[in-house]
Design a binder for this molecule. Sequence first.
Ligand SMILES: *Cc1c(COP(=O)(O)O)cnc(C)c1O
Length: 450
Amino acid sequence: MADNASLVARDLKALWHPCTQMKDHEWLPLVPVKRGKGVWLEDFEGRRYIDAVSSWWVNLFGHANPRINAALRDQMEELEHVILAGFSHEPAVALAEKLVEVTPPGLSRCFYADNGSGAVEVAVKMSFHYWRNVGRPEKQRFITLSNSYHGETLGALAVGNVALYKETYGPMLMETITAPSPDCFEREEGESWEAFSRRQFEPMRRLMEQHHHEVSAVILEPLVQCAGGMRMYHPIYLELVREACDEFGIHLIADEIAVGFGRTGTLFACEQAEITPDFMCLSKGLTAGYLPLSAVMTTEDIYEAFYDEYENLTAFLHSHSYTGNPLACRVALETLKIFEDDDVIQRNRVLADRTAKAFAPLADHPHIREVRQHGMILAAEMMKDPAKKEPYPWQERRGLTVYKHGLENEVLMRPLGHVVYFMPPYVISESQIDHVARVALEGVDRATRD
Ligand SMILES: *Cc1c(COP(=O)(O)O)cnc(C)c1O
């Protein structure tokens, strides 16, 4: 029988954790989890935490969701996995059909991978390969946004822009063209989100104008740059980029891995700009936090550029062992069914309003620059001097104080540097939202006291 202490001891002997300086665990306790139910995570001694970060932004309908559990059990009895090259199965087909139905019009093809970074690799390779296949092999470069994040395998890291993850590996990565982010945190006093996002499009347009003959695609995270500190922008930017991509013959890759599946208030963030990207990357919420799966949705035009006699060597030969895993596809199907049956997008409006109200007091805190929100993502930025936009030195790691305060008060929050954010499962109750908001405010208070 495991208990908290023995599990942690065994862990620290055998595991190497993601996104972690392991030495931190000499003083920062590792949190063992025995079970999850709904928004709650529970350790071996009955201590519990509201999962206010959806277990790294993946969980949508709570832990141990009865409907998803049942679907998974059912699928397990039927078929756990089969090779997807040359073979097919019902969950992969039904999910592809469903994704074609619910994603923006024109996305008619679904290519599976098994994690978010993998989906980004697929989209980047497909775009590059498309231009070779249509006789434009010089279109090889990618335009990315500053402060963007697209995953951590080498291709995905290359098209991302968060220095913390990227800098060390710089020499291994392909070079990209970087446009300044439309991130509205950078707007002038009194400037609207829309005006700023429009203004930030100008340098992007100039880069497209200048480089379009050698550019394969623009890749971006629609509306929220999540790993970059939950930085947000106005949908007008997506509209303008879409138009310019059409004008200059450049693909648009929308990385909806974090923002997809209702996070920004619509099922997909692209809907708010009424655009269809050439590639849409999906993962995270796709399986409601159950199993690794990802998909790249694309158009018939792209698909057809690969469709030819084998001898012409135009096929897209990318594959992963667990491509289109039946268990994961079945879980994804049940997830989408819950969206429909429970009118989740509509219900989330109520939760998003409550979130805005509950966290509003944070905006008045003397060390918070702003509270920003897109639907079910809310973030607040702790600063040394908010009026002067003077950040705390990153070495101070004040977010950890918020994190620890949360754990002492039944809340799992995990600030990104000095950005405190709330991105809960959609089954959270209004009183639980209020509790997390209260704990976040206290935590910020503690973290900024000296
Ligand atoms: C998490 C994330 C990824 C990477 O997904 P993994 O499954 O962690 O590889 C890519 N893009 C965005 C926007 C993400 O938030």
